[in-house]
Design a protein around this ligand. Structure first.
Ligand SMILES: *[C@@H]1O[C@H](CO)[C@@H](O)[C@H](O)[C@H]1NC(C)=O
Ligand SMILES: CC(=O)N[C@H]1CO[C@H](CO)[C@@H](O)[C@@H]1O
Length: 196
């Protein structure tokens, strides 16, 4: 429901804000940009757990990939899997992967690689469409795009690269490091007592 609403407002916004005068840009070519709030979503992961974006109150790497169990996506998932402990400990962040195949396919892919983070089944591409993930290869392939969101769901980084799957992890880590750097120090000297 909220995805539809988000999708609609994206389209409505895009019609006015982004309409270029002299080129044909379809709304599907528009992506979530830095500074915008990411659409909310609830999707099922490889273990049957429902993951809701807005209930993860930490920085979140949302990476869209073309397809389970393909070579590029295997490299990318393996690389995120290798960095996940660092991403959790150093940056207090979480990672989710999203693609259009179902839960069974996610189960097989995650089991094959021993993944320790959620990969989510977005079977009708609803979330991919809500994020308006840019297509790759002149619009023929689902894109490989990584978004880094801050803990409030605001997008701080977009990285689009179909071919170099490995580089997504590096780019996401750079964005997480910048986010950590820019986190304001608590203005209330007693704040640290309450956040324990
Ligand atoms: C993913 O991480 C887990 C836990 O560290 C490990 O057992 C597994 O082998 C890793 N998978 C790959 C493909 O590296
Ligand atoms: C077509 C479009 O809107 N592209 C944008 C995708 O996001 C990046 C990063 O925010 C922008 O630089 C592009 O203009």
């Amino acid at each position: 429901m909220y995805i539809k609403t988000a999708l609609f407002s994206l389209f409505a916004a895009s019609a006015t804000a982004f309409a270029p005068a002299n080129s044909q840009v379809k709304s599907t070519q528009l992506n979530l940009s830095v500074g915008e709030t990411a659409p909310d979503f609830s999707l099922t992961d490889q273990n049957g757990k429902v993951v809701t974006r807005s209930s993860i109150k930490k920085p979140l790497v949302v990476y869209f990939y073309p397809s389970d169990s393909t070579p590029g996506c295997t490299v990318q998932a393996t690389e995120f899997n290798e960095s996940i402990n660092d991403i959790r400990k150093t940056y207090g962040a979480e990672v989710v992967g999203i693609s259009g195949q179902g839960v069974e396919s996610k189960q097989a892919f995650a089991k094959e690689l021993g993944l320790t983070f959620s990969i989510l089944a977005d079977e009708n591409d609803e979330v991919r469409n809500a994020f308006a993930v840019k297509k790759a290869a002149f619009g023929f392939l689902p894109g490989r795009v990584t978004y880094v969101l801050d803990k409030t769901g605001t997008c701080v980084s977009v990285y689009d690269n179909l071919v170099d799957a490995k580089s997504h992890v590096e780019q996401a880590t750079v964005a997480l490091a910048e986010l950590k750097e820019s986190a304001p120090a608590p203005s209330n000297p007693f704040a640290s007592f309450f956040s324990k």
